[in-house]
Design a protein around this ligand. Sequence first.
Ligand code: SF4
Length: 743
Amino acid sequence: MPYGYTGKILHVDLTTGKMHVEQPQPDFYRRYMGGSAMGLHYLLRDMRAGTDPLGADNVLALFNGLLTGTAISGQSRMTSVAKSPLTGCIGDSQGGGFFPAELKFAGFDGIVLRGQSPRPVYLWIKDGEFELRDASHLWGRITGDVEDALHAELDDNRVEVLQIGPAGENLVRYAAIMSMSNRANGRTGLGAVMGSKKLKAIAVRGTHKPEVADKASLMELTKWGAKMVPTSDVAGLGKYGTAEVVSGQHQAGGLPTRNFTSGSFDDWEKIDGTTLYDTRLKGAENGQQDRFGRDTCYSCAVRCKRVSEVAEGPYKTDHRYGGPEYETLATFGSYCAIDDLDAIIRANALCNMYGMDTISCGATIAWAMECFEKGRIGLEDTGGLTIRYGDAAMMVKLTEMIGKREGFGALLAEGSAQAAKIIGRGTDEFLITSKGQEAPAHMPQVKRSLALVYAANPFGADHQSSEHDPSYKSYPERMAQIGLDKPQEQLALNEEIVRYAMVTQHLYSALDSINVCQFVFGPAWQLYDTVQLAQAASAVTGWNITVPELLEVGERRLNMMRAFNAREGIGRESGALPKKFMKHPLGGGKSDGYVIDSKQFEEALNTYYRLCEWDSVTGYPTPAKLNSLGLGWLVVNGKKAPAKSATGKRPARVKVAAGRSAAAKKIVRKKPVVKTAAAKKPAAKKVVAKQKPIARKPIAKAKSASKPKPAARKPVVKAKAAAARRPAARKTAAKSKPAARKR
Ligand code: SF4
């Protein structure tokens, strides 16, 4: 087993209740490193093309990362991957908190979930042992209630809970997977996949820290980072959260307003990070918000998470549901022309209670507002609701209706792209989506490389899949570490900017595989640069990991995603940008008149596909490219990918090309070259935990062959040091709510 990992992956078949532990070989870990790439390995190996995203055959894989559970900042991350019910493409989403580290302490690098349970269940994992338990009493309940109920039931406030809310149960297409009742694996609707499997929650508790190869080097980096936080570029992020960027986005003309009609919001100061910090963070009334109003992820010194509260009034909100990020302030705020911060905090909390992606939820409401304003939908569509820009009460009402799939909310729960298809009447003119996913709050009209990434990213428009344009000029030394040494002017969309988009996309793809926080590790303003990331990864594993190797891991993961989409017949044609970006110049503010030139964009896209070495017509990864990345097992000449799932159903919303290109036909499943210990054994021998009836018996009685070896697992950091790093906010939360976790 490589250092840093547990060496164990838990496989769960929810249809049969059977579970087994796989122990992959070291080459598996070196090739994928963790997170997204590891999960993709199982999706590509085990799932047929054409699988229904909400059917039993969809595989939902959850993986932590290489650094997870060590003491360095920014390491407690969990990636979920599955086929997306929102887009029909690969689905991928990251989240932080304490669950990812706790899963590693409990003995697992990841969990692979298949099948569908006949009734609601939760998975309980404690120090290498595991069982499925009945969750009928939790079904239908909001996240905070479920967390409290599981803490009481398991008699341990330190149990970490990953769960879905009612939105996941209701198969809202952009339902999130939640932890701590305020952290979300938000994008691409994977909460609905968990809901379709009738898996309400995963509760974990563990006591075994990962072993580290070079403790001294990792500790040196850890201490350096903690010391640098107050004077580094992440100091503002820690104090004001991601909400800090509202101001800068507005000044640059890049704050999406009225559904991307403008990049400038007159009332931006009312929803800015400073206003949030000064007036709504817990403790603000006494100037104690740094102590009570900031939260963190496991062992992270940055502490960027918000703890906001609204004490009274129609938007009264419990602080346990966290506080809005920049994206949330924009989607529920400027997208909808709403300047009521309390209403936005309430909408954010509703998303966390019901388990929904705030970006897709707010953006879908903003789309409905524009449709209503322009007369494309009316009272007969909305069930009598008047839906106008600036109506905070209506925005909050719709958010709750979506979570419950009530009335017009049921249509909006499909996502704006699908709702536009259902309604028709030209409502697609106002969509701000790529591959059916609502765009985040960064404007390609202002940051041109994002036009490429929004179009070409395998899981739809995303703002955390590449570095944004201004950083090329602002961080030349750090950019040079990844071979980017020709900074370009703002608004350029030339070959060098295309290369910038691609290379930083590879790096961000690696970050999601190693599974680290992109606010802590990255190529520009982050706490640690790319060389330091390679040093940290080397210190943990004992491998000599270089920056080029990191970039290759990222490129491999990106090609795996493209291969997944290609099997579904989804390629370049699926990456059309929203019509508004090309046809409607922005109005007002610094970006007044900005529009994407369609000819220049298409030329840049051609360059992008050429540099990526993908088929320029279809956008599929070529066999040569896959082979060069050690993904030859995805290439079988002359064979077609299975067109139907084992259930025989083709998903209603998945676009399947009528006639695939030769390249698409070559991308099919084959046995991977990466060998796993489990793959060598007959299936029967892989089952180390017998299927058990779902019963409320103590976990300690469960039999498992995967019991950890306590003697071999000494904590990397002494308990005292680790405790000292835990922020006051966590301790305070525990004090104010007896049922909450104690840290
Ligand atoms: S920077 Fe923020 S989101 Fe990232 S690990 Fe630290 S607290 Fe969590």
